[in-house]
Write a protein that binds this ligand. Structure first.
Ligand SMILES: [Zn+2]
Ligand SMILES: [Zn+2]
Length: 380
């Protein structure tokens, strides 16, 4: 089959690789229909992780069941399914508590959490390919309703970025009527904004500097805050009568940078502390990693930042962090899409064939204007 394979920093190619097979009785093989390129693929693409050459990318996957292992009970050939980016077993201590992003059986011993086509997240190949092996398939496949094919550009967002954006608002403790500030207007930031709107936020402020992304935020009723035109914290305070937002979301991660492009790894976290009110909450879903050998900053190489802990403590803020437990939200978000109450595909800028992936990675990585979210159509 054809697959998008990592070859080294800024080098991906579409290659023929062996088809995945049923390896355990609880597996299914899914024929991929839609698979996204994600911002977190870019950390790997840039060589800023220890992703191994030869691995297949792709953790945001939707398709149709092609082959079913003998122990799978609730899936049939032809079912349309969307897989959480988390690979999880369903029966370990963390999965049983709903913390599927920290499954104890989907990674090497001593590490928690698995994902398809991801650095340090277990042996699982990605779905930017024609076929994908899905382990513990009864647990990991979300069945889609009859409008699956027609709305696949919406449903594929349920694999990662829609629940991840939603998770940012839940970690922050958003309540109806709250004002929220979201740092980062990439796909996850836009999904956090969409989620906050659905949950009844009174004001959604999104901080970024890319005009095309800010325009998308405005198109769903958010307030665009351009940090290349002035201190974003002051702009948030001006929007909130000087008190700050009730809650804030970090949707950028460890490669956050200033408007000139220089990486300043502590900027979003410290700006959040200053932008969020006394006793407010902060949800951090942007990716931070324990080691970043490619960082320019000495502390960042060790995964550390200079954090304004004193002000955070003084303001009595609380912070929630980490990857999204997609299964905590994916049924509900699927049903919001089915009912027409959510439409996450508003961020899609490109639908391309799998063969066009190398070019798409370059454009998306350069944050070229208009390249907001790419869906690869694997065929069929
Ligand atoms: Zn993703
Ligand atoms: Zn588990």
């Amino acid at each position: 089959m054809k697959a998008v394979v990592y070859r080294g920093p800024r080098d991906v190619s579409v290659e023929n690789v062996p088809d995945p097979k049923i390896e355990r009785p609880t597996d299914v093989i899914v024929q991929i229909r839609s698979t996204n390129i994600c911002g977190s693929d870019l950390h790997m693409f840039e060589g800023r992780t220890d992703f191994e050459a030869g691995k297949v990318f792709g953790h945001e996957n939707l398709g149709q069941v092609k082959e079913v292992g003998p122990a799978v009970e609730r899936l049939e050939v032809g079912d349309w399914v969307c897989m959480p980016f988390n690979v999880s077993c369903g029966h370990c201590r963390n999965c049983e508590k709903g913390l599927t992003a920290y499954c104890l059986n989907a990674n090497e011993p001593g590490l928690a959490g698995g994902a398809y086509g991801f650095a340090d997240m277990g042996p699982w190949q990605g779905g930017q390919a024609e076929y994908l092996r899905v382990p513990w398939a009864d647990f990991n496949c979300l069945k889609l309703p009859p409008d699956a094919e027609e709305k696949q550009n919406d449903y594929v967002m349920v694999a990662d970025i829609f629940p991840t954006g939603w998770h940012a608002t839940r970690l922050a403790g958003l309540c109806p009527g709250d004002a929220v500030v979201i740092y980062g207007c990439g796909p996850v930031g836009l999904m956090a904004a969409h989620s906050a709107m659905i949950q009844g936020a009174c004001k959604v402020m999104v901080v970024d500097r890319h005009p095309d992304r800010l325009k998308l935020a405005k198109s769903i009723g958010a307030i665009a805050i351009d940090d290349s035109k002035g201190d974003p914290v002051q702009q948030v305070l001006d929007e909130t009568h000087g008190k700050g937002a009730d809650v804030g979301c970090e949707c950028v991660g460890y490669q956050c940078h200033d408007p000139a492009g220089k990486e300043v790894p502590n900027s979003t976290m410290n700006n959040l502390v200053r932008s969020v009110k006394f006793t407010g909450g902060i949800g951090v879903v942007g990716v931070f990693i324990p080691q970043d050998p490619g960082a320019a900053d000495k502390l960042a190489k060790k995964g550390e930042i200079v954090f304004d802990w004193g002000m955070c403590w003084f303001k009595g803020q609380h912070i929630g962090t980490g990857q999204c437990n997609v299964k905590a939200y994916n049924r509900q978000l699927r049903d919001l899409i089915h009912a027409g109450r959510a439409k996450p595909s508003f961020i899609v800028s490109h639908e391309l064939a799998l063969d066009q992936a190398p070019d798409a990675y370059k454009h998306f990585d350069s944050r070229d204007r208009g390249w907001t979210k790419v869906i690869l159509k694997a065929g069929g």
